[in-house]
Design a protein around this ligand. Structure first.
Ligand code: FAD
Ligand code: NAP
Length: 581
């Protein structure tokens, strides 16, 4: 890629026997390793990248930063860690988040058990030995009692096969695999394909460098200003003075992070009150904009009011009325993942920035020096593919995973992923997923979602050891009921109404299934807690000696928090109404 992207070091393939193999060394893989070690287990982590950090290792495009506030987009399991790490910005940039990931690896001494530049290619269950055999692209062949997938929800880049792409003579960069040394676009004609979060963050910065920037837009995107700022020492001190309280409030929220939320229905407010609230929320910025009223993602009439407000904002920023109209989305506000930007819409006021609509006439082909749409060639020297990911299941698809009786995960998930609580899948004993499909995952602040899954799994594995169990998997009946429940609850939300990556619709040919659990993080956590309290209800566990020993709640204790009833959403209500499976 570039001189600064390190080449993998040569090494001999390894063989070995471990208690657990973890795939991926992002936040999920690292925290899982930490907890496995706490149980005294041996673990090997394989990571395709050359370092830790996952998302923040790969996504080095200009402008990459978090959109959940940094003081909350961080681990909460260690109060010492909370105190010793200091974030510099409200939404910290990618290098700082990657530095945080590296700090975690060093502080908890994780690197010695992580093998980098190594992609797991196959995992096969041996039912006689009750072990997984795991293979990698570096020739490693190891076995483990547990195989834990920490492969990420947004880690398999989507590279559409545009006709002629191989003829292009310039570089093509994917935002999710950005060169380590950065890219200098100075004086170049750049084409950006896509207008999702990655594009929205990078476009204003690329526009500062490029001589011409052409953006190819398939779906116009809703975006709210970040109003990013440097965090003052006083603010940081105030949060740190009672960090556990903030963490507890976050855990009780449907999103897993805390922000002011007004439960009043939008249509119960008069027009003046609505405009005032939207204006205040716009001035606060970011994802909390959706907290202006309580029903915005549930009532179309309510959603129309916020959409209308946001369209007016776009029209007030973008000077050319025709471009402004092209930038105004016509889908439900917040249906696709809401974007958070710094100067995105205003970028289109620059004379060298052009917007090309590919919603009705898609990109026809790519030539040696341009991108052709509707018979017109737009000359470009470099292409930025901000085309997103095969979300939720894309990294699973790349591994040949074979469970009991030769069942492959690819076959089982052909019509859409099937997993109990997004944690495990019937037919795949001792195989676990962190933030898997059917869990809140991408609809929550993900580090919280990761921690809750890891803590729960660590308690499960600890229990199996306590009772001498060699294998566990969910029952088909319980898994089916959960998958059905996930689908049912999704229908309550307007989020199920558009062609988002939540449903796999961003990539042709993928099954259309609402993959994350939208019932809300605390409701989901309660369900996980109940399952554990009831002796891992919904799972079958084999055991040398029959044991009725109740599971010992260790790490999951901190997740036993009451739901913040002030913010119980219609989806959460529905999640409770549907019979508990
Ligand atoms: P990842 O960070 O994706 O790590 C998975 C790792 O597994 C990767 O390093 C990958 O290389 C490795 N892997 C995959 N397959 C294999 C294999 N076969 N063999 C070996 N290794 C493999 N979430 C938020 O909550 N807030 C945010 O502000 C936010 N911002 C984001 C910004 C961007 C640009 C993106 C893409 C995502 C963002 N997310 C955000 C979601 C983000 O993915 C999660 O917050 C979190 O970092 C996920 O951590 P993870 O460890 O589960 O997965
Ligand atoms: P994305 O949201 O899926 O956006 C991809 C863009 O590419 C969309 O505009 C999509 O159009 C377009 N596209 C895909 N295939 C195309 C094709 N064949 N022709 C033309 N356009 C095409 O991906 P992303 O921007 O990388 O973001 C993914 C997720 O990662 C986000 O939703 C968010 O969860 C996370 N993220 C967060 C941040 C942050 O602010 N912290 C930043 C980046 C990413 P369609 O909409 O029509 O499919």
């Amino acid at each position: 890629m570039d001189a600064k992207t390190p080449a993998p070091q040569a090494r001999a393939p390894e063989t070995g026997i471990f208690d657990a193999v973890v795939v991926g060394a992002g936040f999920a893989g690292m925290y899982m390793l930490h907890r496995l070690r706490g149980l005294g287990l041996s673990a090997r982590v394989y990571e395709a990248g050359g370092g830790v950090g996952g998302t923040w290792y790969w996504n080095r495009y200009p402008g990459a930063r978090c959109d959940v506030e940094s003081m909350q987009y961080s681990f909460s399991f260690s109060e010492e860690l909370d105190q010793e790490w200091t974030w510099s910005e409200k939404y910290s940039p990618q290098p700082e988040i990657l530095a945080y990931a590296n700090h975690i690896a060093d502080r908890f001494g994780l690197r010695q058990d992580i093998v980098f530049d190594t992609r797991v290619t196959a995992a096969t269950w041996d039912n006689r030995a009750k072990r997984w055999h795991i293979e990698t692209d570096r020739g490693d062949k190891v076995s483990a009692k547990f195989c834990i997938m920490a492969v990420g929800c947004l880690s398999a880049p989507n590279r559409p096969k545009f006709p002629g792409i191989e003829d292009f003579e310039g570089p093509v960069y994917h935002t999710g695999e950005w060169p380590h040394g950065g890219v200098d676009f100075t004086g170049l004609r750049v084409g950006v394909i896509g207008t999702g979060s990655s594009a929205i963050q990078s476009i204003p910065i690329i526009a500062e460098q490029a001589s011409h920037l052409t953006v190819f837009q398939r779906t116009a995107t809703w975006s709210v200003p970040a109003w990013n700022e440097t965090l003052t020492p006083d603010y940081v001190k105030a949060v740190k003075a009672d960090y556990p309280a903030l963490r507890a409030k976050a855990r009780a929220r449907p999103t897993g992070f805390y922000f002011p939320f007004n439960m009043k229905p939008a249509l119960d407010a008069g027009e003046d009150e609505r405009q005032q609230r939207y204006e205040e929320a716009w001035q606060r910025g970011g994802l909390p904009f959706l907290g202006a009223f309580g029903d915005l993602l549930f009532e179309k009439g309510a959603n129309d009011t916020i959409a209308s407000f946001a369209r007016d904002k776009i029209r007030s920023i973008v000077k050319d009325p025709a471009i402004a109209e092209l930038l105004c989305p016509d889908n439900v506000f917040g249906c696709k993942r809401l974007c958070v930007d710094t100067g995105y819409y205003a970028t289109y006021n620059l004379p060298h920035v052009k917007l090309v609509d590919v919603s009705k006439k898609p990109i026809e082909r790519i030539t040696a020096g341009g991108i052709v749409v509707d018979g017109v060639e737009y000359p470009v020297d470099a292409i930025v593919s901000a085309t997103g990911f095969a979300a939720m299941t894309g990294s699973f698809d790349k591994i040949a995973i074979t469970g009991r009786d030769g069942l492959t995960l690819a076959e089982k998930w052909r019509a859409g992923p099937r997993a109990y609580l997004g944690l495990a899948s019937a037919g795949f004993p001792n195989f676990f997923m962190i933030t898997g499909p059917g869990s809140p995952s991408v609809l929550a602040s993900m580090i919280q979602a990761i921690e809750q899954h890891v803590d729960w799994l660590a308690d499960l594995i600890g229990h199996m050891r306590d009772i001498g169990s060699s294998a566990i998997e969910p029952t088909v009946a319980d898994e089916d009921a959960w998958v059905e429940h996930v689908t049912e609850v999704s229908k309550v939300s307007l989020r199920s109404t558009c062609s988002s990556w939540y449903v796999g619709a961003n990539i042709p040919g993928r099954p259309i299934v609402f993959m994350p659990y939208i019932g809300g993080f605390p409701i989901y956590v309660q369900k996980c807690n109940e399952v554990m309290s009831n002796g891992f209800e919904g799972f079958v566990m084999d055991c040398a000696a029959a044991s009725n020993a109740p599971p010992r709640v260790r790490l999951t204790e901190r997740w036993r928090v009451p739901l913040d009833i002030e913010v119980i959403s219609p989806a959460a209500v529905a999640a409770r109404r549907v019979p508990v499976v």
